[in-house]
Design a protein around this ligand. Structure first.
Ligand SMILES: Cc1cc2nc3c(=O)[nH]c(=O)nc-3n(C[C@H](O)[C@H](O)[C@H](O)COP(=O)(O)OP(=O)(O)OC[C@H]3O[C@@H](n4cnc5c(N)ncnc54)[C@H](O)[C@@H]3O)c2cc1C
Length: 166
C-alpha cells in the first residue's frame, strides 16, 4: 500500500554548518604555540553543497605537509583555498539567478557537458572550470544573467523610474 503524505514537512532539522569564506585564516597562536585548524574548524567546506569531507582531508594534508616539510601552512593550503574560493564565488553567482535563470542553467546541461563533468572530480574543479563555457556556450548566457543587478537593487531602480515616468 502506498501512503500519500500531505505536502508539508513533518519536521525539519537545520544544523549549523561551517562554510568557507576567503577572508578566514585557519591558523593562529594560543599563547606562543602555533595552531593550525583543519576541516570544519577551519571552514574548509564548499559553500554551494556544504561538502567538507574531501576539502577537510586536503586541509589536514596541507597541515601535515607544513609540519613535516617546515613550510608555511598558508602556502600548503593554496590549492585547497583556490578550490574553496571557486565554490564560494559560484554560490554568490547562483544566488543571483532567478527561476528562468535556473531553467537556463539546467537546460545547458547538454550530454557533452554531463560527460565532461562525469570525467572530472568536483573537488578539483579550479583548473578546468574555465573549459565549461567553451563546451557549452549557453553557460555564457547563464553567466550574463548572474551578472545582472541584484534583484533588490533592480526593483528599487524600476520603482524609481516608474515613479518619475508615471
Ligand atoms: C547534515 C550534514 C550533511 C553533510 N553532508 C555532507 C556530504 O554529503 N558530503 C560532504 O563531503 N560533507 C558533508 N557534510 C560536511 C561534513 O560532514 C564535514 O565537513 C566533515 O565531517 C568535517 O570533518 P571534521 O573532521 O572537520 O569535523 P567533524 O566531523 O565535525 O569532527 C569533529 C569531531 O570532534 C569532536 N569534538 C568536538 N569537540 C570536541 C572536544 N572538545 N573534545 C574532543 N572531541 C571533540 C566531535 O565530536 C567530532 O567527532 C555534511 C554536514 C552536515 C552537518
Amino acid at each position: 500500500m502506498v501512503r500519500v503524505y500531505p505536502k508539508r514537512s513533518v519536521s525539519s532539522v537545520t544544523p549549523k554548518v561551517a562554510l568557507h569564506h576567503p577572508r578566514l585564516k585557519p591558523w593562529g597562536n594560543v599563547g606562543r604555540i602555533p595552531v593550525y585548524l583543519v576541516g570544519d574548524a577551519a571552514s574548509q567546506v564548499k559553500v554551494p553543497t556544504a561538502g567538507g569531507t574531501v576539502t577537510g582531508i586536503q586541509g589536514a594534508q596541507a597541515a601535515a605537509n607544513s609540519l613535516l616539510n617546515g613550510t608555511s601552512y598558508k602556502a600548503e593550503l593554496r590549492s585547497v583555498k583556490r578550490e574553496l574560493e571557486l565554490h564560494w564565488f559560484l554560490r554568490i553567482l547562483l544566488e543571483r539567478l532567478d527561476n528562468p535563470g535556473y531553467d537556463l542553467l539546467v537546460g545547458a546541461l547538454s550530454s557533452r557537458l554531463r560527460a565532461f563533468l562525469g570525467r572530472h572530480n568536483r573537488d578539483s574543479m579550479a583548473p578546468i572550470f574555465w573549459r565549461l563555457p567553451l563546451l557549452e556556450p549557453r553557460l555564457f548566457q547563464v553567466a550574463l544573467k548572474c551578472l545582472r543587478w541584484p534583484s533588490r537593487i533592480s526593483q528599487a531602480y524600476s520603482r524609481f523610474f516608474t515613479f518619475f515616468a508615471g
